[in-house]
Design a binder for this molecule. Structure first.
Ligand code: FAD
Ligand code: MLT
Ligand code: ZN
Length: 462
């Protein structure tokens, strides 16, 4: 260890795994945004809570910034380390600690991958229902720190709904045991919910107790082709009225082009501009008939032009791939991403305004729309025109995001539905949250992290 600060860290925590190889610094210093050049001081990989606490105390003594790091699948730059920070990777703290059949809770370490949580719940005959495309590599700690949403929010809500307890190391190294799995607990401020969505700026999640639920009834998946954007929310209303929806997702023909070029199977011979993937309970003939009735209503009213319904799990997975494969199919272009939300009731007016705005501001640019439309959440991905300098491209997109942020403010929406603010959306925070709220957030940070060592520069500047 050439750096004396790292030498003192090794002395303070014998046996702590530290990485300083350039390839490791590069690997652990970035997330899926790939916009910033990674430049961390080193990577620390603690194995238990005591080591995490000791790292935080060292960071306070040395005034070194810490970046908590899970699977680095984040899309807002929250886990980026580009300024000599110590990356605190939770990947070695990845075990299931226990299952309680009476409470129906699973207690896990923060570095466990979401898919491993799904499997552990399934082994107990239950489900952990938060789910999305990064399930194979994102961590539960990262999910909690971003209050991750995903494809089943319409039925089960965000990560926040499933956190029964948290162990949390604050920015000064104190260990808090928050809510302890209680269903009812009216004993003052619920600090657990302050931690959820705090993007590593207040401290580090070192353990989580997750609520599990019953496995859903058998479902079917329908892919619908829509003739117009205006039809989208009407189809949603028709389906929600008649069915128990597990998911209601949408994407455009541009998204379909990319995802099929990336290996997914084209679903229809004819071209259509918009698509919906709906998953719904289909446990009996009544529910299956209701699905057919919803489909027929939409066709008769010109809201849907074509559709397929899954007849097997394999077919359902094939249909889901069309929606879930979009992010990966676009990754090589380094898209500029908006992840925005409005109330579902505000969606029709907001969609019309946003469509006009983006058509005007991005002439001739490949703009790809998809997302969790049933939750009022749109993902808009802008691909860089060939030959355009990457920095210039981001600046152009940021100018458009300024306008989008104004539109969101007018419609009461949010600049970040589910990916977090991180570095990417920091300039727009005041469009979605009042100055008073942000001032209070700064005050809360100063209490939990007085020396500002926890993920500085993310969400807001101090
Ligand atoms: P990281 O990227 O490592 O970190 C994210 C933030 O959490 C950072 O600020 C980091 O500092 C902090 N953090 C990480 N671990 C801890 C901890 N233990 N304690 C405190 N802070 C911590 N997101 C959705 O919400 N819905 C989706 O549908 C969705 N789909 C995706 C699909 C793909 C293909 C990809 C690549 C990403 C998707 N995401 C989605 C975004 C991303 O997967 C989520 O934000 C996820 O929750 C991040 O988890 P992670 O472990 O990768 O966190
Ligand atoms: C999704 O819904 O697919 C994710 O949030 C990922 C993305 O926005 O790219
Ligand atoms: Zn999403």
């Amino acid at each position: 260890m050439n750096d004396p600060r790292l030498q003192r860290l090794c002395d303070a925590i014998p046996g702590l795994r530290l990485l300083t190889d350039p390839a490791d610094l590069e690997h652990y210093g970035r997330d899926w945004t790939r916009r910033w050049n990674p430049a961390p001081l080193a990577i620390a990989l603690p194995v238990d809570t005591a080591q995490v606490q000791a790292i935080v105390r060292w960071a306070n003594d040395e005034r070194v910034a810490l970046v908590p790091s899970g699977g680095r699948t984040g899309l807002s730059g929250g886990a980026v380390a580009a300024n000599g920070e110590l990356v605190l990777s939770l990947e070695r703290m990845n075990r299931v600690l226990g299952f309680d059949p009476i409470d129906r809770t699973l207690t896990v370490q923060p570095g466990i991958v979401l898919e491993a949580v799904h499997n552990a719940a399934r082994e107990q005959g239950l489900v952990y229902p938060v789910d999305f495309g990064a399930r194979g590599s994102c961590s539960i700690g990262g999910n909690i720190a971003t209050n991750a949403g995903g494809i089943r929010v319409i039925r089960y809500g965000n990560t926040r709904n499933w956190i029964a307890g948290l162990k949390f190391v604050t920015g000064t190294g104190e260990l808090l045991d928050l809510n302890r799995g209680l269903i009812k607990n009216a004993s003052g401020y619920d600090l657990r919910h302050l931690v959820i969505g705090s993007e590593g700026t207040l401290g580090i999640v070192v353990e989580a107790t997750l609520s599990l639920t019953d496995a859903p009834p058998p479902t079917q998946v329908m892919l619908l082709a829509l003739p117009s954007f205006e039809a989208l929310m009407q189809v949603f209303a028709a389906f929600r009225e008649r069915l128990v929806l597990e998911a209601f997702e949408f994407f455009t023909d541009r998204a379909l082009e990319h995802v099929t070029a990336h290996g997914a199977q084209r679903p229809f011979e004819e071209a259509h501009p918009y698509f919906v993937v709906a998953e719904f309970a289909a446990a009996d003939e009544l529910q299956q008939a209701a699905a057919l009735a919803a489909f027929e209503y939409c066709v008769e009213n010109g809201l849907v032009g074509d559709g397929v319904i899954s007849q097997s799990d394999a077919q359902a997975a094939q249909l889901w791939r069309l929606r879930e494969g979009i992010t990966e199919s676009l990754a090589r272009y380094k898209p500029y991403k908006n992840d925005i939300s409005v109330r579902v009731s505000a969606m029709p007016a907001f969609l019309a305004e946003t469509q006009a705005l983006l058509t005007r501001e991005y002439p001739g640019v490949d703009v790809i729309w998809f997302g969790h439309i049933g939750d009022g959440n749109l993902h808009i991905n802008v691909l860089p025109p060939e030959g355009l300098d990457a920095q210039l491209f981001v600046e152009q997109c940021e100018r458009v995001t300024d306008l989008l942020s104004d539109a969101l403010a007018r419609h009461g929406g949010s600049i970040s539905a589910e990916h977090g603010i991180g570095l990417v959306k920091k300039p727009y925070l005041l469009g979605s949250r009042s100055a008073e709220e942000v001032a209070l957030m700064r005050g809360i940070k100063r209490v939990l992290d007085p020396n500002g060592v926890m993920n500085p520069g993310k969400v807001f500047d101090l």
